[in-house]
Design a protein. Structure first.
Length: 125
């Protein structure tokens, strides 16, 4: 996978899983998984949190690592002024992307009723 020109990742999660984790672990769960900017953007909206969780899983798949060796908060999903999501990588996640030659990321998030889904595409150009 080293030097690959294109990589994709997708993940789907039941929104109830995030609601359960938040109810059980509260702030500890939020701080372990999400950056302060993600927490501020989501403002406790469970579907938004679930979509970002799915996005982090999808990013880790695109990086070819799974979540092993990468911290959840090294993958950050923010939104521009129109609400369009974008990805910022930090630390080991950023280093892995650089090694793979993956410099451009596109992301799509969606949620409805029970599930949230994320799809990411990373490319060299």
């Amino acid at each position: 996978m080293e030097g690959c020109p294109l990589s994709v990742g997708v993940d789907i999660i039941e929104i109830a899983r995030i609601a359960h984790a938040l109810a059980r672990f509260g702030e500890r769960f939020l701080r372990r998984i999400y950056t302060p900017r993600e927490i501020a953007y989501c403002r406790g909206r469970i579907p938004e949190l679930a979509a970002r969780f799915a996005a982090k899983e999808a990013i880790s798949k695109a990086l070819g690592t799974g979540i092993n060796g990468i911290s959840w908060v090294e993958m950050e999903i923010l939104a521009d002024s129109r609400g369009k999501p974008y990805i910022l990588l930090h630390g080991k996640a950023e280093a892995r992307a650089q090694r793979l030659g993956l410099h451009h990321w596109a992301i799509s998030l969606s949620h409805h009723d029970r599930d949230a889904i994320a799809f990411v595409v990373a490319s060299a150009r």
